[in-house]
Design a protein around this ligand. Structure first.
Ligand SMILES: [Zn+2]
Length: 86
């Protein structure tokens, strides 16, 4: 039997979702948080990185510049109420 790729006939929107809006980016960020991960921006070098969520995590260390700071100093990459790009 010939192997088929089910995604070939699906509309692009159905495969990739609509990630082109800020609202969708916030929703995707929240989905990641719900499964135990988060994407944040470093408070020193502004680079983004992924970390695990958990009640026991109080400090983060940026893998790029080595800054170690309390979790609250690293802002979520996308969040409700954030200023949107032009
Ligand atoms: Zn950094």
């Amino acid at each position: 039997m010939q192997k088929t790729n089910k995604n070939i006939m699906k509309p692009k929107q159905e495969i990739f979702g609509n990630n082109g809006t800020w609202t969708e980016q916030v929703q995707l960020q929240e989905e990641l948080q719900n499964i135990g991960y988060n994407i944040v921006s470093c408070c020193t070098c502004s680079t983004t990185f992924i970390h695990r969520n958990g009640a026991d995590i109080e400090y983060l260390i940026c893998p790029y510049c080595g800054t170690e700071a309390e979790l609250c100093n690293f802002s979520d990459l996308f969040y409700n109420g954030m200023p949107e790009a032009d």
